[in-house]
Design a protein around this ligand. Structure first.
Ligand SMILES: Cc1cc2nc3c(=O)[nH]c(=O)nc-3n(C[C@H](O)[C@H](O)[C@H](O)COP(=O)(O)OP(=O)(O)OC[C@H]3O[C@@H](n4cnc5c(N)ncnc54)[C@H](O)[C@@H]3O)c2cc1C
Length: 398
């Protein structure tokens, strides 16, 4: 991997603690995890085995990274949003296939940290602490075939039966579910048809009546997304999280911060795409000269650098606003919208700079193009972000 071009070497704007953390994380990802990648032939699409993943989670825990997003009383570092964004950006900018795993983003502490306040002592013991210790993996299951952007429309039913709830339904597109032990799962507890009442539960996935059906791949070629099928799945009533009917509030309670926290992944990956395109432009020769000497190529690289700098500036600005106590609801949507669209434009140009090599499977820019395309849909599509921004601008126009 090349060095970051001087233009993209910006002064570090985080705290000393974040700088120290980033240095150690980069050493971990570029050192022993890079060795593991080579030894096991792992790439972005060829997922590591569950055994390897468990080993990485535990090693990351031992090094003090895995639980850093948890509340401080559970071992988290209490980072500001600004530092958190910088740490995540640096992780993704390494280009490592393990980038989503060192903090356990798919199935680790970030899935449960915000629930710690509502959790009962039993839920803490059975789910949150084992996840924090990297002993259990957990996914977050809201989406269904008929409840995507309209998340409140969930049809999975949870019916009270004495000291249990009986769950029936099917969750779709659940990240991390193929290797998760449990799920934080949203189900309808409404008693009248047409009523919306969404409640959150901890559900063990290896119990009778629950199974994960994976078997499909996203366009990025990865297979860590699956469906959760619940057929008369009985769970203790004590697995209900918080209050009945407050599931969406729990799930979406930190939506502003969560939306913003997807941006550093896109910005980090777009940085990799720009670096790769720059390196390729400098070394590829046509018509007797390096293609970096053609103004058409220079302009593409200039547009990529401009998009990246603008996306990063917006992301960090919104992080500062949140740290300063602003609600920043529309601003976080703007960051998610702009970063995802800009990152995809960068990936598209990176492919163009690579010419035929850029469209051959196995080239990193070809993977980044597909990966960055997905972020325009994931965790609230670009259209849903625009809806949020317009609502803040216009009020409710109904
Ligand atoms: C790889 C992957 C991982 C995922 N991981 C998880 C997970 O871990 N947990 C989980 O619960 N979910 C997960 N999801 C689901 C994801 O959050 C949804 O796919 C996303 O919210 C969009 O919902 P949908 O796919 O049903 O699209 P739809 O809601 O059907 O949208 C289709 C189109 O209609 C547009 N549209 C819909 N409503 C409006 C509106 N009101 N105004 C304007 N346009 C609108 C959309 O923008 C889109 O263009 C994942 C999805 C993928 C692909």
């Amino acid at each position: 991997m090349s060095d970051t071009p001087a233009l993209l070497e910006r002064p570090f704007e985080g705290t000393e603690r974040a700088a120290e953390l980033i240095g150690r994380l980069q050493a971990f990802l570029n050192g022993e995890l890079a060795d593991l990648v080579r030894a096991q032939g792992i790439n972005h699409e060829n997922s590591p085995s569950l055994e390897t993943l468990r080993g990485v989670w535990k090693r990351s825990r031992d090094l003090g990274f895995y639980g850093l997003t948890l509340p401080e009383k559970l071992g988290g570092l209490g980072l500001s949003v600004h530092d958190h964004v910088l740490v995540k950006e640096a992780i993704y900018a390494t280009g490592s296939p393990f980038a989503p795993h060192v903090l356990g983003e798919l199935s680790g502490p970030p899935r449960v940290g915000a629930l710690a306040r509502q959790a009962t002592p039993e839920q803490l013991q059975n789910y949150i602490l084992p996840v924090a210790r990297a002993e259990k993996a957990i996914c977050f299951a809201l989406t269904e075939a008929e409840a995507g952007s309209d998340a409140g429309a969930v049809q999975t039913r949870a019916v009270k039966d004495g000291e249990h709830y009986v769950l029936n339904g099917r969750k779709r597109f659940i990240s991390g579910s193929p290797f998760a032990d449990a799920a934080v799962l949203m189900a309808s507890t409404a008693t009248n048809p047409g009523e919306r009442e969404v409640t959150a539960f901890f559900v063990d996935l290896n119990q009778a009546g629950a199974r994960v059906e994976a078997g499909y791949k996203t366009m990025a070629g990865q297979s860590h997304t699956g469906d959760i099928v619940l057929e008369d799945c009985r769970i203790p009533a004590g697995n209900l999280i918080g209050q009945p009917g407050r599931g969406l509030a729990l799930a979406l309670g930190r939506i502003t911060v969560n939306r913003l926290l997807h941006c550093p992944a896109m910005v980090g990956l777009a940085t990799v795409a720009l670096r790769d395109a720059r390196d390729y432009a400098l070394q590829r020769r046509q018509f007797g000269r390096s293609i970096a000497q053609f103004q058409a190529i220079q302009h593409m690289l200039a547009d990529m650098a401009t998009d990246l700098t603008a996306a990063r500036a917006l992301m960090l600005n919104v992080a500062r606003q949140i740290d300063a106590g602003s609600e920043a609801r529309a601003e976080a949507s703007m960051a998610k919208l702009f970063c995802s669209e800009a990152a995809f434009r960068i990936a598209d140009r990176a492919v163009q700079v690579h010419g035929g090599e850029g469209i051959v499977q196995g080239r990193r820019v070809e993977f980044l193009f597909r990966m960055l395309r997905m972020y325009r849909v994931l965790t609230g599509t670009s259209e849903i972000q625009r809806n949020t921004i317009a609502r803040e601008l216009l009020g409710d126009t109904r």
